[in-house]
Design a protein around this ligand. Structure first.
Ligand code: BGC
Length: 816
């Protein structure tokens, strides 16, 4: 439990100074991202923002830019808590720059099924790794006086029907696996926990007893339980539960909660406790007069410029899956073919609520060009089309008809069509006008002069809910109503459906486009356009020809937002489009082919043994290309290890299903997810949890452990490793435990119990100490609702991944 010191008394007194009305008002959002202020006690409004790759800020506006870090999956792949904490420091500085008090991250749900749509946003399939990396992240954020949010509590591990999903699992699995990362986050001092949309055992999380026990009871969480956006859907049941703050506002609490308290349906003491927690949080983030100690921490918690650190993080999190014949690192060759749509417009971040607008992005193509400038000829071809959808208008192809400035004109109109508000914007995709709520707004309009650079059939697209019309030079080319097939907030407020229109346009002849959307739910409206495409066969032929004529071919394959994002799960693990065909065709003509995989979660790579090198970059953030070029040309070693097992084929995946039956998703596999499940089955994955190559080799030489351990005590094992290669490097030493003689049938074959990163020069031998927490040898007793330690022999294994564990020893847990 964190101590309030003398502030604790002050806060309790402050609560007594507030009327019931004032107190209840504080418990619901004042707006989408703000809490209420309460001048009577010196409380200002607090601002929350997503998270997790950066701090978007209070507005969805492309002009309000933010640094974009690698996706959480990449952060977990670093197995490097120190680096993740430093990145958390960058986020804290960003939050303060943007006046954000609460960062809505990290996400601590697990990679239970590789189909999970928000895989990219969570860390790993393993609870220990998730907890440790999550704790490192939040320590970095909170050291800067900004609250981190452990979300989504609990079992929100997939997206299908996420608003109503009811997850069922046995009690031991819940505690040992799915609650474990949250327990670690609370132990690390989390100031905020977010309750999920889903239910567990038939009770929705914002009303759940798990908010009380273990969260606020046994674990001693003294912060605020914030709801996921719109997850509070009741008055008394959620207010009686340990749910503290209902976001966003206006929401269901407010006056109705006031009435419920007055009617005795909710105790005033429950309200007081929520308010006390809110004030405690405000004190921590510096939103309460006289309580600004947390913000006294130095502004800069990092000692290297942010972009350099972000670039270093790209290399640290990228996983070299395969490197036959040591193709990587490359000596700079004469000619390089860079291929794949994601090479020039790579996915640097995932979609959904996490989306933000970086000020600049280094694509892989740009990074490779910069790194080889003056030394190599770099040529590019897309090779395939990944999506039927064009990109939103931008400053390169559109002008605002009113000002003539590059970009578009946004207008908000009233019911009579009179202009209430207008502004110049840089992108044809508008998530909200900067002008705020705008009373009387009835429709929204995007206008632009599109300057075609070629003559032919252009591909246009419109996006938004409700009735839309598009005119081109005054002629109506689209007039229809678009209906969402889901009420998920991500669909309504971030990514509603689109429709395509093809239009014949003439080069250099401006076309005046006006997209009009009648407002219903949300503000989102988008206008997109793309020049005529090459036929797919011609596109592929051009790429293959380029590869044949080049010394090296680098293909970036990956996913798109249609395929992998928030609000839905994937239906396949195949790469979209004809990317597999592209890789195969290129590998046939160029034996020096490197494939970079730009995906947030596992995809199937059927050609992986036909190419010498496969590098997984995840969604690498804004410095993507710079960091990848560092790896390709040997400036940096790829440091990542898989935080999640990658299957060879979807049919092999032991835990796949994310579709509830009659609203219920049963975790029938119990604690056996990820590598634990693979270890029990016959199929072998393509790449195991923990796998990842560097640019040197390591030999595992010796493992020592204490002979005996007392129940409830942590212990240390020492692993001797030697850098057996010719280059300095970093190794992630992994320690797993097994209980072959256990009386508990449900034990995993083995489980990760600790890890440590180690660096060594060529030939150097290092003893690495890996700490094993007491919890790693404990199990949850459902009969006694308590942790237990089973006495007896514990097998200890050390090595490089869940399957490659050359060193073994054992210890004995003595009976109490
Ligand atoms: C997501 C949360 C996010 C919130 C606010 C929800 O739809 O599930 O992760 O923090 O929106 O954007």
């Amino acid at each position: 439990m964190q101590q309030d010191s003398q502030a604790g008394t002050d806060l309790t007194v402050l609560v007594t100074k507030l009327t019931l009305e004032q107190k209840v008002r504080l418990l619901a959002g004042a707006s989408a991202w703000r809490t209420y202020e309460e001048p009577a006690v010196g409380l200002r409004a607090m601002v929350a923002s997503d998270g997790p790759v950066g701090v978007r800020g209070e507005h969805w506006d492309e002009r309000d830019t933010a640094l974009a870090l690698p996706s959480p999956t990449a952060l977990a792949a670093t197995f490097d808590e120190e680096l993740v904490t430093r990145l958390g420091g960058v986020l804290a500085a960003e939050a303060r720059r943007k006046q954000v008090d609460i960062l809505l991250a990290p996400m601590l749900n697990l990679h239970r099924s590789p189909l999970g749509g928000r895989h990219f946003e969570s860390f790993a399939e393993d609870p220990l790794l998730t907890g440790r990396i999550g704790a490192a992240y939040l320590r970095g954020v909170q050291a800067g006086g900004v609250a981190a949010t452990a979300k989504h509590y609990v079992a929100n591990d997939s997206e299908t029907a996420r608003l109503s999903l009811d997850v069922r699992m046995d009690e031991a699995t819940l505690h040992e696996v799915y609650l474990a990362p949250f327990e670690a986050a609370v132990a690390a001092g989390a100031w905020v926990v977010m309750s999920g949309y889903n239910a567990v055992d038939g009770v929705t999380m914002t009303e759940h007893p798990l908010l009380t026990e273990p969260l606020k009871g046994r674990w001693g969480f003294d912060g605020v339980v914030i709801s996921d956006w719109g997850a509070v859907r009741s008055i008394a049941p959620s207010a009686r539960a340990a749910q503290d703050l209902a976001m966003p506002g206006p929401g269901p609490w407010g006056d109705e909660l006031l009435a419920a308290v007055r009617a005795g349906a909710v105790a005033e003491s429950a309200v007081d406790d929520k308010v006390l927690r809110l004030l405690r949080l405000a004190g921590r983030v510096g939103a309460l007069a006289g309580h600004d100690q947390a913000r006294a921490v130095a502004d800069s918690t990092v000692d290297e410029p942010d972009r350099v650190l972000l670039r270093r993080a790209v290399a640290a999190g990228s996983v070299l899956l395969r490197n036959e014949g040591d193709l990587l690192p490359l000596a700079v060759p004469g000619t390089i073919a860079v291929l794949g749509p994601n090479a020039s417009a790579s996915r640097i971040q995932g979609g959904g609520s996490a989306g933000l607008f970086p000020a600049s992005v280094v694509s892989p193509l740009a990074g490779i060009r910069q790194a080889t400038e003056g030394r190599a000829e770099v040529r590019y071809a897309a090779g395939v089309h990944l999506t039927e959808w064009p990109a939103p208008l931008h400053t390169g192809n559109a002008r605002d008809p009113r000002s003539g400035e590059p970009g578009v004109l946004l207008r908000v109109l009233d019911a009579e069509g009179a202009e209430l508000y207008a502004e110049h914007r840089l992108l044809g995709r508008i998530l909200e006008p900067a002008g705020g709520e705008l009373d009387g707004a009835a429709s929204i309009e995007v206008r632009a002069l599109l300057r075609p650079d070629v003559t032919g059939s252009w591909r246009l697209a419109v996006t938004g809910l409700g009735h839309l019309t598009l005119t081109a030079d005054g002629v109506t080319v689209f007039d229809d109503t678009i209906v969402a097939d889901s009420s998920d907030p991500t669909v309504v407020h971030v990514a509603p459906p689109s429709r395509r229109i093809d239009l014949d346009l003439t080069a250099d002849q401006d076309v005046d486009l006006v997209l009009h959307r009648e407002l219903s739910a949300g503000w989102v409206v988008a206008l997109a356009a793309e020049a005529p495409r090459r036929e797919p066969a011609d596109e592929l032929t051009a790429a293959v020809a380029l590869a044949r004529d080049s010394d090296v071919a680098i293909i970036v394959v990956g996913t798109t937002e249609e395929f992998e994002s928030e609000g839905f799960d994937r239906s396949t693990l195949d790469l979209p489009g004809d990317q597999d065909e592209l890789v195969r065709a290129v590998a046939e003509v160029n034996p020096r082919t490197v494939v970079i995989v730009n995906a947030g979660g596992p995809v199937v790579l059927p050609w992986r043994e036909q190419v010498p090198a496969v590098l997984l970059s995840w969604f690498p953030g804004q410095e993507a290309g710079a960091g990848l070029a560092d790896i390709l040309f040997g400036v940096a070693e790829p440091g990542g290890r898989l935080p999640t097992t990658w299957p060879a084929a979807m049919a092999d995946v032991p835990v796949l299903n994310t579709t509830p039956v009659d609203g219920v998703l049963a975790y029938t596999e119990g604690p056996h997810l990820g590598y634990r499940a693979w270890l029990r089955g016959a199929a072998r994955p393509a790449y195991w949890f923990g796998h990842g190559l560097g640019y040197t080799t390591w030999s595992y030489e010796q493992l020592s452990a204490p002979e005996q351990v007392l129940p409830g005590d942590p212990f240390e094992v020492v692993v001797r490793v030697r850098n057996s290669g010719h280059r300095g490097g970093r190794e992630v030493v992994q320690v797993y435990l097994a209980r072959p003689d256990s009386v508990l049938a449900r034990r995993p074959v083995r489980w990760l119990a600790g890890f440590a990163g180690v660096t060594a020069a060529p030939g150097e031998t290092v003893d690495v100490t890996v700490r094993v927490a007491a919890r790693a040898v404990q199990h949850w007793s459902a009969a006694e609702h308590e942790w237990h330690t089973e006495p007896g022999a514990v097998r200890i294994l050390a090595g490089r991944n869940a399957d490659d564990l050359p060193l073994h020893t054992s210890t004995e847990i003595v009976a109490d």
